[in-house]
Write a protein that binds this ligand. Sequence first.
Ligand SMILES: Cc1cc2nc3c(=O)[nH]c(=O)nc-3n(C[C@H](O)[C@H](O)[C@H](O)COP(=O)(O)OP(=O)(O)OC[C@H]3O[C@@H](n4cnc5c(N)ncnc54)[C@H](O)[C@@H]3O)c2cc1C
Length: 400
Amino acid sequence: MKHRIVVLGAGYAGAFAAGSLARRLSPADTEITLVNAVPEFVERMRLHQLAAGRDLAFRGLADIFAGTGVRLRLARVTGVDPERRTVAMTGEDGDGELAYDTLLHTLGSSVAHHGVPGAAEHAFDVTGRSSALRLRERLAALGAGGTVLVVGEGLTGIETATELAESRPDLSVALAARGGPGAWLSPGAQRHLRRAFDRLGVAVHEHTGIEAVEPDRAIAADGRSVPAEVTVWAAGFAVSPVAAASGLEVTGTGQVVVDRTMRSVSHPDVYAAGDCVHAIGENGRPLPMSCASAGFTNMQATAAIIARLTGREVPATELKYYGNHISLGRRDAIFQTVDGDGRARSWYLGGRTAARFKAGVLKGAGWGTAHPTFGMPTRRRRLAAAPDRAGTAAGARTAA
Ligand SMILES: Cc1cc2nc3c(=O)[nH]c(=O)nc-3n(C[C@H](O)[C@H](O)[C@H](O)COP(=O)(O)OP(=O)(O)OC[C@H]3O[C@@H](n4cnc5c(N)ncnc54)[C@H](O)[C@@H]3O)c2cc1C
C-alpha cells in the first residue's frame, strides 16, 4: 500500500509543502492529498488591499496542482484523530474521513477577538478572504466623512489603516494602539511611520486599549468613546482550533508543539508548519507568525518527512527571522531588519524603494506558492522501507 501523506491547509505553508513533497517523492509509493476549505490559494498578505477595493484574482488550487500528482480535496477539516490517524472533514459531498500515515498540519490562523464584547458581532477583519470582502462591501456603502477605526498597532493594523486611508481619502480613518504604533521599530522608522500617518491623514489614538465594540463606536479602557461606523479588528491572530481539539500537544495559544524538525512531540507521524506551529528559531525564541516563518517551517517539515521516509539524515533548515516589511499604502513602506535577538537594528529602508521591494516580496511569495513545483529539481525518491508507526523508514537517521 502507498504511504499516505495528508496536508491540511493550502496557504503559504501547505500549498508549497504539498508541491514540494510531490516533486521529491515517487508517486509509485506515496500518495499526497491536500485538503483546503476554499478552492483558491488565498494570498493573505494582500487581504487588506482586497478590503480597500483593489481587484485581486487568486489562482485556483485545481489549476495550481494540475499534473503534479497532488490530490486535492475541497473540504473543511473538523477534526483529527491522531490515534486512528484519520482526518474528519465536511464538504460539498457531506461529511467524510481521510486516513493518513503522515500528516502535515498547516491550517493557519484567523482573527482573535480576545473576548472583547461586541468585537465578534460588530467588528470587521482582514484575516480571511470572506471577511475582507465583507469589509470591502461595507466600506463601499460608507459615504464621505464616514468613520473607520482600525484596532491594533501591529503590522496588520498599520498596513490596513494606511491602505484604507490612501484608497479612501474621503473617509476619516483612525488607528487605536495600546501603546505607540510601531514601538518595536527603530527610532528612524518610527518617525517615518508617523510622517506616513500624517500624510495619509490617519489619526492615531495612542495608549488606547479598546474594551468594547458597538455598531457605531468603540469604547476605550478609560471609558472614552471613539466614533467608528466601521471597526476593523486587527489586534491579533488566533491559530486554527483543530490541533488543540485533536489531542495533539499544543501551547496555551493552540500552536502545535514540535521538535527542531517540525514533528509533533506528542504524535511523531504529525508535522506542523506556518502560523499553527510553535517553532523555536535559531535565537531560542518562537518564530513570529509570518509568511517568512511559514516558508522556513514548511521547508523544514517537508525535508524531515522526505528524509525519514527515504532513509536519509534529516537536514536542518535555518529558522531565522530577518525583519518586518510593512507596506504603508502603495507608494510607501518600511523595511526594518532585526538583530539575532529580534530587536530592530538602527538601519531601515523607507519610502518608494521599500514599497517596490515589498511589492516584489508579495509577488514572489504569491507566485512561488502558486507554482509550487516550478524550478525545483524533480528527484522523485523511493521510500527506503515500509515506514514504522512513527513515519520513519527503517534505518533512517534523524538530525535532532
Ligand atoms: C492582511 C494581512 C497582511 C499580512 N502581511 C504580512 C506581511 O506583510 N508579511 C508577513 O510575513 N506576513 C504577513 N501576514 C501574515 C501571513 O499572511 C501569515 O503568517 C501566513 O499566511 C501564514 O501562512 P499559513 O500557511 O500558516 O496559513 P494561511 O496562509 O492562513 O493558510 C491556511 C490555509 O488553511 C485553510 N484552512 C483553515 N482552516 C481550515 C479548515 N478547518 N479546513 C480546511 N482548510 C482550512 C485556509 O483556507 C488556508 O488556505 C499578513 C496577514 C494578513 C491577514
